[in-house]
Write a protein that binds this ligand. Sequence first.
Ligand code: BES
Ligand code: MN
Ligand code: ZN
Length: 501
Amino acid sequence: MEFSVKSGSPEKQRSACIVIGVFEPRKLSQVGEQLDEVSEGYISNILRRGDLEGKLGQVLLLHNVPNTLCDRVLLIGCGKERDFGDSQYKKVMAKAITTLNETGSMEAVCFLSELNVKGRDIYWKVKHAVEATQDCLYTFDTLKSKTDTARRPLRKLIFNVTTRRDLTLGEQAISAGLAVAEGVKFAKDLGNMPPNICHPTYLAEQAEKIAAENDKIDCNILEEEDMRELGMGAFLAVSQGSAQPGKLICLEYKGATDPNQQPIVLVGKGLTFDSGGISIKPSEGMDEMKFDMGGSAGVFGAFVAATQLDLPINLVMAVAAAENMPSGNACRPGDVVTTMSGQTVEILNTDAEGRLVLCDTLTYVEKYDPDVVIDVATLTGACVIALGAHASGLLSTHNPLAHDLLNAGEAAGDRAWRLPLWDEYQEQLNTNFADMANIGGRPAGTITAGCFLARYTKKYHWAHLDVAGTAWKSGKAKGSTGRPVPLLTQYLIDRSQSKSA
Ligand code: BES
Ligand code: MN
Ligand code: ZN
């Protein structure tokens, strides 16, 4: 897909299609009125006849509109003008894209970017239009033997802006939007890939490929032997039941002018399949546990986006890749392991494996002398119960970092919501047999998982994103969402622009 911005009047566009918004009830947007005037009331006549009320997501495709130079005019219902916010804008954009793609317009000039979205500027509107476009054109059909692609797919999209002054901002927004979209696609592809193909070794190969293509990136992969030497007893306990070797996959990007500047470290849970292990999960819906590497897909995606934007920051990605399987070699409920930090853990439930691979990885990344560490994980079913699919769970011991992440999520349309990490919850991890148990009972499951991780992150500023409810969708539209790539990328962009970065 090719994107560009321009500033011009609708009737002068020589294009296969121009896209115009209509508010409810039958109220043309400003450009719509302009077009209606030159066409001598052609459009308003149609609206008056009742062909399009303007309800959110309604569409009407017109041909041969008088006194215009375009082949078609696509009218899109935008709902009530005063309700027009972020989510309406994105819905309308997605509807426009799918309609264009299905009706044979290979290029279009889109005037929806001129609509007023509450509290948003032209940069935001163009960036999100690009992201929404790539998001709704995404398909995962590499493993289908026959694919049904559109006969005349949309190839080129031009966003119109009101003034020439907005052109530079619009162009910057396109590059940022494309980078986020690239990262989201990367994450979706990893997530959707089946677990027999996407195993820890596959993830390691992806990292090696990324490093091979960029001089500023180094790749470093720890094998199980290396982990044994480092004393990563918790990580190894998870991976020992699987025929697939676990890997700790690190990418280091040096983009800051000062190569010694403390890096931002992103840690991802990369369970390429989580059967639960000996504490095995019920079989219904177990296929979805291929998405249990969603946290690592998210940090991979953000890494791809940040390096594509060539951000002036130092960035490290560390992915804890393993498969959680039952077998004669698997760890048992009751096993006690020693972590790299020296703390011991009683594994009461082998299905609480994410925190086990993460705790050793979080200790390992101390060696980078991080500025901040953000881990991302599909960690708890409890987070899906608490927040559903709309927000990722955020837990942090450092308020400024928590606020930066909440703001980034708000700006990126990829929101998080904070839960507390009060000391009182720590008691739920008590056990008679080790320093801590790996589960804290049913109450506040997302928080006690966070409490567990907090015991391994005392040496730096840390935040944890639980993406169990946001990283993928179930049901008919089953698939990876690419979240929280938009949030993380926005955070990295923000950090690259602040002096402290
Ligand atoms: N990967 C799962 C969490 C999960 C479950 C995410 C369902 C999305 C949907 C994690 O490894 C897990 O199994 N967690 C357990 C923890 C429990 C045993 C304390 C859970 O949430 O049930
Ligand atoms: Mn599990
Ligand atoms: Zn898991």
